[in-house]
Design a protein around this ligand. Structure first.
Ligand code: NAG
Ligand code: NAG
Length: 333
């Protein structure tokens, strides 16, 4: 199947047919659990669920309650199935915490330390779904789960070997994990993509504006093009002059807004005397080929000023005429 690597296309094109998905890139659902072990009695845990870059599930740390952040975050799982998953999840992390605290010195885990578990499944463009479950210590992957067992991700790592050996003694839990990964997760992912189709594929136009950043040096200027409120995530933003993309255009990460849309800044460091004719160009699927062009120095500035110079007194005169002719509406009874 030929692949068009055009960043403008939506990442995900879910076809009308049942359970038939066609898209440009893989998309995954994952649950990320992280625990900070401050000392042998103090642990802080956080957990969240993500569909691609979009957070779909949150957890209240104190009550352990899950929050469904999207109307479609439950996919088509039944109430009972969700309850069962949450109970298993809860039990698993309590057990994990106990194990890590009990064996911290044996496994040479030095306080304070951070562990992260990432479990999920990924749908590939051909339709294959690959599940994964990884355990990381201090930000580096130590173990991964495959065929109902834990395996060291780094060879010759004594800690990884000891830990995988211990984790593999949990036969029943590992059987359940295997089932969740190979059966529940793919079903859940597909059903969420289906239920959330309208939301995931919605087109929202970006707003864009310009500003200047802190001066990068004497006689230089930092130009900033802000683009916000767009959906889906793929976007193309460049500083240009004429048809030329400016070398040295730099881009921030694409950051999430609270409403599920995206935000981005694109920078250009230029000589203060070299700014004329520069503009920021924004291309996005929601704009239907009509790029947004934002000029640093508006070529019609002088015309604008003349219009303003004529309009302002005109408006004031009209207002004055009205005011003199009629009693002020607030004072009429
Ligand atoms: C563990 O760490 C927490 C948070 O830093 C602190 O409040 C508590 O006193 C510590 N407990 C022990 C036993 O060191
Ligand atoms: C839920 O959705 C999945 C994927 O679309 C499908 O395979 C499964 O049959 C659905 N289950 C129910 C109970 O509707």
């Amino acid at each position: 199947m030929p692949f068009l690597q055009i960043p403008l296309l939506t990442v995900l094109l879910v076809t009308a047919g049942d359970n038939e998905y066609a898209f440009q890139e893989e998309i995954s659902f994952k649950i990320i659990h992280s625990s900070s072990f401050y000392n042998h009695s103090w642990v802080k845990s956080r957990q969240s669920g993500w569909l691609g870059d979009l957070q779909t599930h949150g957890w209240d740390t104190n009550s352990g309650r899950i929050t469904f952040l999207r109307p479609w975050s439950k996919g088509n799982l039944s109430k009972e199935e969700i309850k069962e998953l949450l109970e298993f999840n809860h039990a698993l992390f309590i057990e994990l915490r106990i194990e890590l605290q009990r064996r911290a010195s044996q496994w040479q885990l030095k306080y304070p330390f951070e562990v992260q578990l990432t479990a999920g499944c990924e749908l590939h463009p051909g339709g294959a779904i690959v599940a994964f479950y990884r355990f990381a210590y201090q930000g580096s992957e130590l173990l991964h789960f495959q065929n109902s067992s834990w395996w060291p991700s780094v060879k010759d790592e004594i800690r990884a070997q000891l830990m995988s050996r211990r984790f593999n003694q949990y036969h029943v839990a590992n059987k359940i994990i295997q089932r969740i990964l190979s059966d529940t997760c793919p079903r859940f992912l597909l059903s969420m993509l289906d239920a959330g189709k309208a939301d995931l594929q919605r087109e929202v136009k970006p707003e864009a504006w310009l500003s200047t950043g802190p001066n990068p040096g004497p006689d230089r200027q930092m130009l900033v093009c802000h683009v916000s409120g767009f959906h889906p995530k793929p976007i193309w933003v460049k500083w240009m002059r004429g048809e030329q993309v400016q070398q040295g255009t730099q881009q921030s990460g694409i950051l999430p807004n609270a409403d599920g849309t995206w935000y981005l800044q694109v920078f250009l460091d230029v000589e203060a005397t070299e700014t004329s004719g520069l503009y920021c160009r924004v291309r996005h699927s929601s704009l239907g080929g009509q790029d947004i062009l934002l000029y640093l120095e508006h070529p019609h500035n002088s015309v604008g000023l003349i219009i303003l110079a004529v309009m302002v007194p005109l408006v004031l005169l009209t207002a004055l005429a009205f005011w003199l002719r009629k009693p002020w509406p607030l004072f009429t009874f």
